[in-house]
Ligand binder design. Structure first.
Ligand code: SF4
Length: 347
C-alpha cells in the first residue's frame, strides 16, 4: 500500500505505482521495470532549481553515484533509495507518446527550458536498450524555437549526435556534460561514481559535440567539500573543459537530501572517515552546506572559470528574449496506444 505521501508524490511526478508495473528485463544485476506514465513533463517551481520543465524517462540510475540527490524518487515508489535505486530502474515505456501530449498541453512550456536529466541521467545504460530519450528528442524535430537542455555523464549521448546537431539548428539547445573531478582525481571519482566513465572520457564527449557545432558546457556538480573542491583541481578541470570546447562552466555544491544523506555518510565513513565530523557540522542545518562554507567553494569555481577566460554570470541562456515557437500543433498524435493494453495507473 502506498502511504498518502508517496501517492501524492507519484501523481506529481507522473509515476505509475509499482502494483501496475512489470519486470521487462534484467542485465548485469539491474532489473528494468516497465511503467506507464500519465505525463513525463513536470513544471518545477519553488525549489532551489526552478523555472523549467523537467523530463525524466527513467526512475533510478545504474550509474550509482553515492551522492545522487535523486535517490528520494525511489521512495515515491515504495522502494529503497540505496541499492534499489541503482539496481531497479523504472522505465516509462510510453514516454515518447506522453511527451508529445505534454508538449501540447503544458502551459508556458514554450517559454521555459525543457530540461532532460534534472533528476536521473537520460543517457544512463537503460537508454541503450529502450531509446526513450532519443525518441522524445525526435518528437521535437518538426518544431523550432524551444529552449532545450540535456544533462548527462554518459558518452551514450554521442549516439544521438546527428539528431542533436539537427535540433540545435532549430532550437536553443544546450548540452551539459556533468563532471566535477579532474583527471588527477580519478581514483576517488571511481569510488564515488562507480559506473560512470572517467573525467577524460567526458571531456572527449565535450570535444565531439563542440567540433560538431553543438553548444556544450561543463556542469561541475556536485562540488564535494574536502574531496573535489580544491582550487588546483578546479582550475585543471575547467581549463581542460575549455580546451575541449566547453562554451561555459557552471556548478553546484553538494546537496544532501534526507534519502541521500545515509548512503553518502556510509561512503564517507568507509573512504574518508577523517571528513565525517566536518560534514556533520557543515550539513547540520539541513540539506545545504552552511552558507559561509558554501561561499568558499563557489568562490573557487568562479576563480577557476575566470582563470580560463569566463567572466559574467554562469550558465546564461543565449537569448533571454521571449521566443517564438512554431509548429507546436504539428506534433503528430501518438502512433500507437501506450504499451500495457493502454492501462494507465494515475488519474
Ligand atoms: S548519473 Fe546522475 S542520476 Fe545517475 S546516479 Fe549519478 S547523479 Fe544520480
Amino acid at each position: 500500500m502506498d502511504s498518502p505521501d508517496s501517492s501524492g508524490a507519484q501523481k506529481a511526478f507522473g509515476f505509475a505505482p509499482p502494483s501496475d508495473s512489470a519486470e521487462i528485463g534484467i542485465r548485469a544485476g539491474v532489473t528494468f521495470v516497465g511503467i506507464q506514465a500519465h505525463s513525463v513533463v513536470n513544471k518545477v517551481h519553488g525549489t532551489r532549481l526552478s523555472g523549467f520543465c523537467s523530463v525524466n524517462p527513467y526512475r533510478g540510475c545504474e550509474h550509482a553515484c553515492a551522492y545522487c540527490y535523486a535517490r528520494y524518487t525511489h521512495e515515491f515508489l515504495d522502494r529503497k533509495p540505496g541499492e534499489e535505486f541503482e539496481r531497479r530502474v523504472y522505465v516509462k515505456l510510453n514516454a515518447p507518446e506522453a511527451f508529445a501530449r505534454d508538449l501540447r498541453r503544458t502551459r508556458g512550456i514554450s517559454q521555459s527550458q525543457i530540461l532532460f536529466g534534472s533528476a536521473t541521467d537520460p543517457y544512463q545504460p537503460a537508454e541503450a536498450r529502450f531509446h526513450l530519450t532519443e525518441r522524445m528528442l525526435a518528437r521535437l524535430l518538426p518544431m523550432k524555437g524551444l529552449s532545450i537542455g540535456i544533462v548527462t555523464k554518459s558518452p551514450l549521448i554521442e549516439r544521438d549526435l546527428d539528431l542533436l546537431r539537427e535540433l540545435s539548428r532549430r532550437h536553443d539547445l544546450e548540452l551539459l556534460i556533468s563532471c566535477a573531478f579532474s583527471e588527477e582525481e580519478v581514483r576517488i571519482q571511481r569510488l564515488l561514481e562507480p559506473r560512470v566513465v572517467s573525467p577524460a572520457r567526458r571531456l572527449q564527449t565535450i570535444a565531439r559535440f563542440a567540433e560538431a557545432g553543438v553548444r556544450v558546457g561543463l556542469l561541475c556538480a556536485p562540488l564535494i567539500p574536502g574531496i573535489n573542491d580544491s582550487q588546483e583541481a578546479l582550475r585543471s578541470l575547467c581549463g581542460r573543459a575549455r580546451e575541449a570546447g566547453a562554451f561555459d562552466i557552471s556548478g553546484q555544491v553538494l546537496f544532501l537530501g534526507r534519502a541521500t544523506r545515509e548512503p553518502f555518510f556510509q561512503w564517507l565513513q568507509r573512504h574518508r572517515p577523517d571528513l565525517m565530523d566536518g560534514y556533520r557540522r557543515g550539513y547540520a542545518g539541513g540539506l545545504e552546506l552552511r552558507e559561509d562554507w558554501r561561499h568558499i567553494v563557489e568562490e573557487r569555481l568562479l576563480n577557476a572559470r575566470m582563470a580560463c577566460g569566463l567572466t559574467g554570470l554562469m550558465h546564461r541562456r543565449r537569448d533571454d528574449a521571449p521566443r517564438e515557437v512554431t509548429a507546436l500543433e504539428e506534433l503528430e498524435p501518438p502512433e500507437s496506444p501506450p504499451p500495457g493494453n493502454g492501462k494507465s495507473c494515475l488519474p
